[in-house]
Structure formats: structure tokens, C-alpha cells
Design a protein around this ligand. Structure first.
Ligand code: 48H
Length: 263
């Protein structure tokens, strides 16, 4: 049988459209496919929730591919190693008392993403989140557009997806929370009611507070990973990833509880 080019195009168009349509009413919409967002998506999809990630870039993985200064190894302290084990990522002890472990950044990124996809997460790369949908002081969806539209500044209107909960996993830039702060003119669930802002590097405090700061930051939206520390005003930690993995796990747990309470 001759290869039918139109069949190839038709298959892509139909299957992608099905995927996008199935993401119109989500349980959880995650912005950003860095380590915290991807880990969160895995646990939520594994629990049976309709979960999608929207990632601006062509590649998933956020800052994890690059390890530290493009030395593509990541360091995870012993508290976070459990998550590497759960995903089946090889963790190599670095010091005698097994406080620090290293993992290959490429293996860690690709395995987490593969497990998330296999658990049922719908990953949409090359799509940027440009706004949120609100109802009576609560976030209930995302406004999305192709990243090339955003990058070229074309005047093309976006589409909308609804979600019971949204996660801002956009890293240092904490983009979704910044949009809410700028546009809604209401108090965020932070001490000052505003985004507190990221502080300089103090790894020990930063790693603990990344998990503590993983919580709801405005009704309907939770923050995870670096976005949690930027929103609630803590330090950066440099190239250590345990806090990112644990924060992703925590945000999934918190949202699972809420989803159970809502049913
Ligand atoms: C769609 C978007 C949008 C948008 C951004 O930066 P990330 O890797 O995020 P985390 O928090 O999971 O991990 C942080 C870690 O990588 C890191 O930078 C560390 C540990 N730094 C410490 C230090 O001291 O420097 O990923 C965020 C992702 C990226 O892929 C962005 O492209 C994406 O979010 N993103 N996607 N719509 N509006 N904004």
C-alpha cells in the first residue's frame, strides 16, 4: 500500500484535537513543565484526575536539564531521594553518610516526563499561559495561546480551558501569580497580600521553605517549586533539586484532598 501523506496529516490533526478537547474541563491545570510541575502532574494523574501541563517551550523539563551551570548532573539530598526511587531514577550516593545523591539530569527529566505521560497527564508544549479565568474571586481556568504567537506578538486571540484547580509551577518568574496580582487588584494569600519576591541564595533555608511555601496563594491556585519561594518570599537554593521534587509531591497531595472535599 502506498504511504498516504494525507492520512498522516489527518491522524495528527484528529488525535491532537481529541487531546485538546479532553483538556477543556480539567481537574487540575498545571503551568510549567519543570521538575515540580511534572512531579505534581504524575501524582495527580496517577490518582485518576484529569490533569494537563501547559509548557511554553518546545522542551519539557524546565531548569532540570542543565544541572548546575550546564554540568548536567543534579544533586538531591536524602529527603528527596525517595522520589527518585519511586520514579526508578538511578541515585548515586555522593558522600559516606549518604546525605547527598547525584542523578543524571537527562535521565531524571525524561523519566519523570515519561512516567507522567504514561500515568495519563496531557502535556501541551509550545503553549503559553497568558491569563487566568476567574469567577467571584476564584481562579477556575487558564487562557492559553501558542508560544510562537506570544513570541512574534501576533494579534491572535487565545483559547480557554476550565480547571477545578490551577498550579503555578512557572519557576523563578512566578508568572501566573504575577498576572493575578497585576490584574485582580485583590489580596493574595501571602503575608503582605502581594508577591513577596525571591531572595538571594541560602540553600538550607530555601530547601525547607520550598516545601512549606507550597500552598494555595489565591483561591483556586496553588504554587509549587521556585514559584512557591518567589510568591511567599524565600531564598533560592542553587542546583539542588530535592525541594522541587518534594514540593511537587506536596502540591499534588494538597489538591487531591481538596478535590475529595469538593465531591
Ligand atoms: C507556560 C511557562 C510559563 C507560562 C513559565 O523553572 P522550572 O524548572 O520550575 P521549577 O520550580 O519546577 O524548578 C526550578 C528549578 O528548575 C530551578 O530553576 C532551581 C532549582 N533554581 C534554583 C536557583 O537558585 O537558581 O520550570 C518552569 C517552567 C519552564 O519550563 C518555563 O518555560 C515554564 O515553566 N513557564 N509555561 N506558560 N506563562 N511561564
Amino acid at each position: 500500500m502506498p504511504l498516504d501523506e494525507l492520512m498522516v496529516s489527518q491522524a495528527i490533526i484528529e488525535r491532537f484535537t481529541e487531546k485538546l478537547k479532553s483538556a477543556l474541563r480539567l481537574d487540575v491545570a498545571i503551568v510549567g513543565a519543570g521538575p515540580s510541575g511534572m512531579v505534581a502532574s504524575y501524582y495527580l494523574a496517577q490518582a485518576g484526575y484529569n490533569t494537563a501541563i501547559f509548557e511554553r517551550k518546545l522542551s519539557i523539563g524546565g531548569g532540570m536539564w542543565g544541572g548546575g551551570m550546564m554540568f548536567n548532573q543534579i544533586v538531591v539530598q536524602k529527603e528527596g531521594k525517595r522520589i527518585l526511587d519511586e520514579f526508578g531514577i538511578k541515585a548515586v550516593p555522593y558522600n559516606d553518610n549518604e546525605e547527598y545523591f547525584t542523578a543524571d539530569a537527562v535521565e531524571a527529566t525524561t523519566v519523570i516526563c515519561a512516567k507522567a505521560c504514561q500515568a495519563g497527564v496531557k502535556v501541551f508544549n509550545c503553549i503559553s499561559v497568558e491569563d487566568v479565568v476567574v469567577r467571584e474571586g476564584r481562579v477556575c481556568g487558564l487562557v492559553i495561546n501558542w508560544s510562537p504567537v506570544e513570541m512574534t506578538g501576533l494579534h491572535v486571540d487565545p483559547l480557554v480551558v476550565r480547571a477545578q484547580y490551577v498550579i503555578d509551577a512557572t519557576g523563578h518568574t512566578t508568572e501566573v501569580m504575577k498576572i493575578i496580582e497585576r490584574k485582580m487588584g485583590e489580596r493574595l494569600l501571602t503575608p503582605s497580600g502581594k508577591i513577596e519576591g525571591e531572595k538571594s541564595l541560602w540553600a538550607e533555608i530555601a530547601e525547607t521553605t520550598t516545601v512549606e511555601n507550597t500552598k494555595e496563594a489565591y483561591p483556586g491556585i496553588f504554587v509549587t517549586g521556585m514559584a512557591a519561594n518567589a510568591t511567599f518570599g524565600s531564598y533560592r537554593m542553587g542546583p539542588i533539586f530535592g525541594g522541587m521534587l518534594l514540593s511537587g509531591e506536596k502540591v499534588a497531595q494538597l489538591i487531591k484532598q481538596r478535590l475529595v472535599e469538593r465531591t
